[in-house]
Ligand binder design. Structure first.
Ligand SMILES: NC(=O)c1ccc[n+]([C@@H]2O[C@H](COP(=O)([O-])OP(=O)(O)OC[C@H]3O[C@@H](n4cnc5c(N)ncnc54)[C@H](O)[C@@H]3O)[C@@H](O)[C@H]2O)c1
Length: 355
């Protein structure tokens, strides 16, 4: 178990989604943003100005940042780079003696994810993954309800994130498999998969049968003469140890009628949960269904009364308290095993077993 820190000096690497990490760290009283890093000088300068960081704390390369880590008194970094860099930059940071909060998906594949976990264990440092949906106050409330036993044994879940037209710009890293690892399955599916598996108690996946399709993105990208070699839509059926099963659906494009459609349903022997987004946006409604006094009861769940810090605040708290973070790397690996199996099964056209 890592030692407890009294204060956390953090650097954020990658300043797109990294902006949310900076905001989260800035809000924590025991955390200081000590440095930032991005190859894009404009982004770097803008965030440097916003957070009052002079040139000696703004880096255009990870090499330069890691060289300066000791002098800056760094304790931790957020890795918020395109997916292909998650494993190499995380492992490098761990070897430099830094704790890491790495963005989702944890890596390009489970082999890399295992190497990251091995590096964290060897360095005796904390590795958290920003599986951000589980940090939502309403989701924390749902997890408390599941953990209280109200649902009984959970045996089935369905989880979906569909976009009717949510393709990223063609030619960028999101739609280029060697940089992203895949399309909506690894980008959006990772969130809904983690949410469902977390609510189910993170059972071990054993087999996956999946299909993936690309009729829309590849056609539109061809017309623009740009690269897009990932799926538009993926669907999978997952079996877990103990007999529970789950269906996953993720898409960036499809004639599905809604611009943004997210739902996660978890069914247990004594109760069920439905969490879905409202009005095609990022507000969520959550309901718990159960039986009481011979009647079917429906409960609207608003949010947790106990604290539910942001992923960044919670990561800092974990370092201060010397405990594992709410989204540890081991959970990221389990999700990654499913993602790998989805792509393999879709390619082979048959069910595959997770080793
Ligand atoms: N948890 C969430 O809800 C969530 C939301 C959005 C993105 N993400 C994840 O965050 C990561 C980044 O996504 P994004 O949307 O910010 O992408 P982005 O392309 O907007 O930003 C990536 C940044 O990294 C910089 N960069 C790229 N390679 C670099 C290198 N070698 N060294 C230094 N800087 C480099 C780029 O200049 C860019 O500013 C992805 O893994 C993505 O899946 C997570």
């Amino acid at each position: 178990m890592p030692v407890r820190l009294r204060h956390v000096n953090v650097a954020v690497i990658g300043l797109g989604m990294g902006g949310a990490h900076l905001k989260g760290y800035a809000a924590h009283p025991a955390c200081t943003i000590a440095a930032i890093c991005d190859a894009d000088r404009k982004r770097l300068a803008a965030k440097g100005a916003e957070y009052g960081l002079d040139a000696s704390r703004c880096f255009t390369s990870t090499d330069a940042l890691f060289k300066a880590a000791r002098g800056l008194g760094l304790d931790a970094v957020s890795v918020v780079l395109p997916n292909t860099f998650h494993a190499p930059v995380t492992i490098r940071a761990l070897r430099c003696g830094l704790h890491v909060l790495c963005e989702k998906p944890m890596a390009m594949n489970a082999t890399q994810a295992r190497q990251m976990i091995a590096a964290a264990r060897k360095a005796r440092k904390t590795l958290g993954i920003n599986l951000s949906f589980r940090f939502l106050p309403q989701v924390r409330a749902l997890k408390d309800i599941v953990d209280s036993g109200k649902l009984g044994r959970v045996y089935y879940a369905h989880t979906r994130w569909w976009r009717q037209r949510g393709l990223p710009g063609f030619g960028g890293w999101f739609g280029t498999k060697r940089l992203s690892g895949g399309g909506p399955v690894i980008d959006l599916g990772v969130h809904r998969m983690d949410l469902a598996m977390w609510l189910m108690g993170h059972p071990q996946p054993v087999t996956v049968s999946a299909a993936a399709y690309d009729p829309i993105g590849s056609r539109l990208a061809r017309a623009e003469r740009k690269t897009f070699d990932v799926e538009d839509l993926g669907a999978a059926f997952v079996r877990f140890e103990g007999g529970a099963t789950l269906t996953l659906e993720a898409s960036w494009a499809g004639f599905s009628g809604k611009n943004e459609d997210m739902v996660t349903e978890v069914l247990g022997e004594r109760g069920g949960i439905v969490q879905r987004n409202l009005n095609e946006g990022y507000e969520f409604e959550a309901r718990v269904f159960s039986e009481e006094g011979g009647s079917l009861v429906e409960t609207l769940v608003r949010q947790r009364l106990a604290p539910a810090p942001s992923p960044y605040g919670e990561f800092v708290d974990a370092l201060l308290e010397g405990r594992p973070p709410l989204a540890p790397a081991e959970d990221g690996l389990k999700v990654q095993q499913v993602l790998d199996a989805v792509y393999l099964s879709a390619r082979l056209g048959r069910e595959v077993r997770i080793k």
